[in-house]
Design a protein around this ligand. Structure first.
Ligand code: MN
Ligand code: MN
Length: 464
């Protein structure tokens, strides 16, 4: 048996690689706070590394050949990146599929209101959140708004050092006797996730006499937004604005061994997949890195994994490869190998009772391979085949990748799922394989720099 790969077994050269990889990763987290921002950053990096727009190739009927690098921008919310292999498409792909949406608060279509001379924005939470965690922290707004003359306006407030931030208030402890008796799930309710926006009323002489003299704080908030962005209140009805934790990704721990940031589920695997496809040596099989949207709400919608985006792209590629046949796509998917690249829970000694220690991933233990996910007796899970696990282990071991098993929690403690089942339906071999995270879905999540780097190494070896 080979020597166990751990922090202490890494040479100084590799330790330097670990550090520089994680500096880039933190930068990505800071820039890619939403799925739209992640797409923008992924495509910027892809183009800088020679990837060409698949839509252009389709338009021009450009034939594809070994070594070609292509990306598909799916509505600015999901991206596919291909590196064409030596073998034909029908021999299957090597796919690393991650998601770039994260739990957050979305603005409602009529968000702005005033209460007791304070201006607020109403939100509807997206994905699984513990609502109380989203109060009293600095928040930022990111998104896109369209004006009535069809102009697009990108909004981003709260990330620059001299930007203001926003917050959701919580009750002071002094008056919380009743609140503190409630269940955690009911301490803060969905309709209390209202974002505090302002407190100065609009001055009287700023307005005409017929104007509404109530809701002056709300009017002033809207005046400032209108002046800065040229949008009006009605435009919120056709906008997509997300409320996310403000601030940069940071090093965590006195030894700087960990990363503390919003959105690591699943941008940790997305970034590892991105770097892996950029750095990989030419492979026999076509490599595909997927960066999908909507995973946190069930992968539905035309930017999620349950859509036909992948199939459509493969039909196009098959046509550009040579003689088109739908059978090529069927065979391609059936013969594909997939790492469903999503995070899993890291063992947390503060909450020992929900884990089963022998089968849970630990922080710093390398990339976690989860044979199955699901809940209540593996319900709804993809359960990877032993033959595929054999091959994945062989790839990882030969490439010097530190890996561990990762079961989400003890039997019947809860559960969850990823995009794995959506790809296994084609007959592809699929296993969940990603980075272990502490306080998953909290406004700030924790990963180990060793694990983030090993995830990149694992995906790269898999592509090659
Ligand atoms: Mn995830
Ligand atoms: Mn998640």
């Amino acid at each position: 048996m080979a020597e166990k790969i751990s922090w202490l077994s890494l040479s100084n050269d590799v330790l330097e690689d670990v550090t520089s990889y994680n500096e880039e990763y933190k930068d990505f987290l800071t820039k890619a706070k939403t799925e739209r921002l992640a797409v923008k950053e992924i495509i910027r990096i892809a183009e800088a590394n020679g990837f060409k727009d698949l839509e252009e190739a389709i338009k021009n009927g450009t034939k594809v050949k070994k070594g070609d690098k292509l990306y598909l921008n799916n509505k600015e919310k999901s991206v596919l990146m291909f590196v064409m292999g030596e073998k034909k498409l029908e021999e299957g792909l090597r796919i690393v599929g991650a998601h770039i949406d994260s739990p957050r608060l979305d603005l409602k279509p009529n968000p702005l209101y005033e209460a007791s001379e304070l201006g607020f924005l109403k939100t509807h939470y997206y994905g699984g959140v513990k609502k109380y965690q989203w109060t009293t922290i600095p928040l930022a707004l990111h998104g896109v708004v369209y004006t009535k003359d069809l102009k697009r306006v990108d909004i981003s407030i709260g990330e620059d050092d001299d930007d203001p931030v926003f917050t959701i208030t919580d009750l002071l402890i002094h008056l919380s006797r009743e609140q503190m008796q409630k269940k955690l799930a009911e301490g803060i309710l969905g309709e209390q996730l209202n974002v505090l926006m302002g407190s100065i009323p609009l001055a009287d002489d700023d307005d005409d006499e017929k104007a509404d003299k109530s809701n002056r704080v709300k009017a002033n908030v809207m005046r400032i937004i209108s002046e800065k962005y040229g949008i009006e209140e009605d435009d919120f009805k056709v906008a997509e604005i997300e409320v996310v934790p403000a601030g940069k990704a940071r090093d965590l721990g006195i030894d700087r061994s960990m990363i503390f940031s919003y959105g690591q589920d699943d941008r940790v695997c997305a970034f590892a997949g991105l770097k892996a496809i950029l750095d990989m040596k030419q492979g026999e099989h076509t490599a595909l890195a997927m960066f999908m949207d909507k995973e946190e709400v069930g992968s539905q919608g035309n930017t999620g994994m349950a859509s036909y985006v992948l199939e459509n792209a493969l039909h196009e590629l098959a046509a550009l490869e040579g003689e088109y046949s739908a059978l090529t796509v069927r065979r391609c998917l059936k013969n594909s190998w997939v790492l469903s690249a999503d995070v899993t829970a890291a063992y947390d000694p503060n909450f020992d009772s929900v884990y089963e220690k022998n089968n849970t991933a630990v922080l710093g233990g390398g990339i976690a391979v989860a044979k199955y996910t699901g809940s209540g007796g593996k319900g709804g899970c993809n359960d990877a085949n032993a033959e595929f696990l054999r091959d994945v282990r062989d790839i990882f071991d030969k490439a010097g990748v530190a890996w561990q098993t990762g079961e989400l929690g003890r039997v019947d403690a809860g559960g969850g799922g990823t995009i794995a089942y959506l790809l296994s339906k084609y007959g592809a071999e699929v296993v969940d394989c990603g980075t272990a995270v502490l306080n998953m879905h909290a406004p700030n999540e924790v990963t180990s720099k060793f694990d983030t780097y090993m995830s990149y190494k694992a995906y790269k070896a898999f592509f090659e």
